[in-house]
Write a protein that binds this ligand. Structure first.
Ligand SMILES: Nc1nc2c(c(=O)[nH]1)N[C@@H](CN(C=O)c1ccc(C(=O)N[C@@H](CCC(=O)O)C(=O)O)cc1)CN2
Length: 292
């Protein structure tokens, strides 16, 4: 039986390497600056997956020496209360990065909350000012998941200039900024989404295929060009026939790994890179805030 031939793009290993570098930077700078970098993660409600991600972020902060100012609010917290908390954090000199864990309970307007975060403390890179900077190719805080994808591709020296890149998914969190970052790197970019007709014909043309649709196993081997670089941003928890839960991506890994040249695993691919780029954004804001 033919088995996997693709090389793994190891996000977990790269994340560990970058986190070590961040820890060394913080150890060196903290005595001179007089305080560590600070990150505030705001979580509303009891979504168990979100609670696990927030806890991972706080553990990662502790590991590299970033102070956490996390706050957990009950589900019924109002928009105004959260806006007031963000306004305080914007003024708090110990805090370099602020993020609102998504998704939020339905009565809250996530976009309106993101607008309230000071752009230079926008650790998730989702404020319109930072998205605008990305559109214009200017320096700014970049969205963590797509920035993590770009950093992983860079580490493995994957050529992007002039390549056909297809992004499946058009969310503000991943798909749209991902397409812009690939464009910034001179790839020729196509965005496909839930209304795209004949997805297979489009994905088969991709030298670089990014799956960010949130649909388990959406991309199968016959949809992938032989030799393509395949990046799985999907994080889907499914139950198998015995009722046991496991994590899968948007890509059918066993079949796709037989045709792709490079592939990211789930878990251990883009997830750890997302958390690491969040730490990196926080440290960038800290350096900017303390540079005078
Ligand atoms: N404000 C934000 N909300 C959300 C984001 C985000 O970037 N900003 N992304 C996702 C969730 N997320 C971070 O918040 C996230 C998800 C998964 C991982 C991760 O490391 N996954 C591991 C597996 C973990 C497991 O076993 O469950 C992996 O892929 O190896 C990191 C971050 C939605 N919300």
């Amino acid at each position: 039986m033919k088995t996997q031939t693709a090389q793994i793009l190891d996000g977990k290993a790269l994340a560990a390497k970058i986190q070590q570098e961040l820890a060394a930077t913080i150890t060196e700078l903290q005595p001179k600056i007089g305080r560590p970098p600070g990150l505030a993660v705001l979580m509303v409600g009891d979504n168990p997956a979100s609670a696990a991600y927030v806890s991972n972020k706080e553990k990662a902060c502790a590991k590299v020496g970033i102070a956490s100012f996390g706050q957990h609010f009950p589900t019924q917290t109002s928009q105004t209360e959260l806006e007031e908390v963000i306004a305080e954090l914007n003024q708090d000199e110990r805090v370099d990065g602020i993020l609102v864990q998504l998704p939020l309970p339905k009565h809250l307007d996530a976009i309106a909350l993101l607008h309230k975060i000071a752009p230079d403390k926008d650790a998730d890179g989702l404020h319109p000012v930072n998205l605008g900077r990305l559109v214009r190719g200017e320096a700014g805080l970049r969205s963590c998941t797509p920035a993590g994808v770009m950093r992983l591709l860079e580490e493995y020296k994957i050529p992007l200039v002039g390549k056909q890149a297809v992004v499946v998914g058009r969310s503000i969190l991943v798909g749209k900024p991902m397409a812009l970052m690939l464009l910034e790197a001179d790839a020729t970019v196509t965005i496909a989404h839930s209304r795209t007709q004949d997805l297979k014909t489009i994905t088969q043309n991709a030298d670089i295929l990014i799956a960010a649709a949130g649909i388990p196993g959406l991309i199968t081997a016959e949809m992938v060009k032989p030799g393509a670089v395949v990046v799985d941003v999907g994080i889907n928890r499914i139950s198998d026939s015995s009722g046991k839960s496991r994590l899968v991506g948007d890509i059918d890994f066993p079949t796709t790994a037989m045709v792709a040249e490079y592939i990211t695993p789930v878990p251990g691919g883009i997830g750890p890179m997302t958390v690491t780029l969040l730490l990196q954004n926080t440290v960038s804001s800290y350096l900017r805030a303390t540079s005078n």
